[in-house]
Write a protein that binds this ligand. Structure first.
Ligand code: BG6
Length: 488
């Protein structure tokens, strides 16, 4: 039996693009396999050229096989019947009348909620928003809702993100806008609040009294995988820290919300982001480090590129719970392994900098939580040895968990904004990072080079050392391929 979701039409702008082919269509296939899509469902696929639905389906099949998922041609055929192709130029306002007519036709028997998924390059983003609204497609109707799903990057800096927010808010209400940060939809990220607030043992030690510092590492062994244009405009700070890592920071450090409603969570996340100390321009070199892997210049065919493929940052929260606790963030491509981990290092008077007492929340892969504690070695000795207590999702919970894009799609169909970033959070995060971006832009220096397969530039080690910390490196992954759930 199908799960009950309201009748929905999902319009995908960018159906032939990388994101749709690698993430959205496979996620829709999986949802169809689990019979989680609404009984009354349509996917309006926007093609710029002559619609080629067969090629979209073939690409979806290839991606499912690449992801090592079971492939069933009947399920793909069943997904295929939802697809309604439309040929239009998304930058041409007149073409939106065609789209409006198509949606009207689909509403003849049953009225549908309308979801517009903007899986398109940021430069045409505003145009599409304006075009939707020019033909009235932004307006909810009696009993049916209209939502727009937007992918990061939400701008390229503080000023451009403000522009985007303004353009969006002129045409859509905040409750209609779903800003996707797929890290928030990862099962392990969702568990952070439950783990923190539902276990008195954890809640009791979650403060500067017991915690020495916190590290968050998002490492990828892959390079930029041919996304030259995208990455040259981004760099690691914008691509990962501004969104995914700042969202993890807010979940790890925020206060308990009044309620677990979208509003309650957004309010506390924002409060936390706003209480992070501003970085002064003269301190950027002390609190931020950047690097570039050897070979990147050839890949982008730009000898003098200064784009960073690695970034590290130290933050500090100015509140009574966290004052004085360094929060260290790092991310990079071409690193020794692929893993995202949050490492909470406890205060240890005798062994400062030892990393022997810590708790690691493994966001991916090998999702789980482990504690490293000291125990006395057995036998005629007083010597201590670090030992691990390990919780693995795969051992404790049976069945496969929905991947982040399945979750994003279902929550958007339900109208639940809890796992999406609010405009204020996006702004707060850009405000924090802007001084670093400005300083790097103004500096004559270049990012420090590092070898692929290493843990990044020496400057990152120095950054941690400035605060008496040593990076805790995630274990290498046995099956590297499994660790790359393909980037969007
Ligand atoms: C994306 C970034 O947001 O996240 C990519 O643009 C990165 O550069 C990807 O590879 C990583 O996502 P995941 O889910 O594979 O960790």
């Amino acid at each position: 039996m199908r799960h009950t979701l309201p009748p929905t039409v999902l319009t995908i702008f960018g159906i032939t693009g990388n994101l749709s082919q690698r993430k959205l269509m496979p996620a829709l296939y999986e949802l169809e396999r689990q019979k989680r899509l609404p009984e009354d469902f349509r996917i309006v696929a926007v093609f710029h050229g002559v619609p080629d639905v067969e090629s979209v389906m073939q690409q979806t099949e290839l991606q499912i096989l690449r992801d090592h998922r079971d492939f069933d041609p009947d399920i793909l055929a069943s997904l295929r019947r939802f697809l309604v192709p439309v040929q239009m130029d998304s930058t041409n306002p007149d073409d939106f009348k065609t789209l409006r007519d198509c949606l009207k036709q689909l509403d003849e028997k049953v009225k549908h909620n309308r979801l517009f998924y903007l899986a398109i390059p940021p430069d045409i983003f505003t145009k599409v928003i304006q075009n939707l609204s020019s033909v009235g497609l932004n307006r909810p109707d009696l009993g049916v809702d209209v939502r727009v799903l937007v992918e990061k990057p939400f701008g390229n800096n503080l000023a451009s993100s403000q522009e985007l927010i303004k353009d969006l808010s002129k045409n859509f209400e905040e409750r209609q806008v779903f800003r996707i940060d797929h890290y928030l939809a990862k099962e392990t990220a969702q568990n952070i609040l439950a783990f923190r607030f539902e276990n008195p043992l954890v809640e009791g030690i979650w403060s500067r009294q017991f915690i020495d510092h916190i590290q968050i590492t998002m490492a990828e062994s892959i390079g930029i995988q041919g996304r030259v244009n995208f990455y040259e405009h981004m760099g690691a700070l914008r691509d990962i820290i501004q969104n995914h890592l700042m969202q993890l920071v807010s979940l790890i450090l925020m206060e308990r919300p009044d309620s677990l409603s979208a509003h309650g969570i957004h309010k506390e996340k924002l409060r936390l982001l706003q209480s992070i100390e501003r970085i002064k321009p003269q301190h950027v070199d002390e609190v931020a480090a950047r690097g570039q892997y050897v070979g990147y210049r050839d890949e982008v065919a730009k000898e003098d590129t200064r784009t960073e493929t690695f970034a590290a940052l130290k933050l500090e929260v100015a509140n009574t719970r966290w004052g004085g606790v360094p929060i260290l963030l790092r991310t990079g491509k071409g690193l020794a392994t692929t893993a995202t981990e949050i490492c909470v290092v406890f205060k240890d008077r005798l062994r400062a900098g030892s990393n022997d007492n810590l708790l690691v929340i493994r966001i991916q892969p090998n999702e789980g939580i482990f504690l490293k504690l000291l125990a006395k070695r057995p036998g005629f000795t007083d010597r201590l040895q670090p030992v691990n207590m390990n919780f693995l999702y795969q051992d404790s919970f049976s069945g496969t968990q929905p991947d982040s894009y399945q979750r994003v799609l279902i929550d958007a169909m339900r109208g639940d904004q809890s796992l999406f970033a609010s405009s204020e959070e996006v702004t707060a995060s850009w405000e924090l990072l802007q001084p670093v971006l400005d300083a790097w832009m103004a500096s004559d220096g270049s990012p420090e080079l590092y070898e692929k397969g290493s843990w990044g530039p020496k400057a990152a080690e120095q950054l941690a050392a400035n605060y008496g910390c040593v990076w805790f490196n995630p274990e290498p992954v046995a099956d590297e391929e499994a660790a790359h759930p393909v980037s969007n």
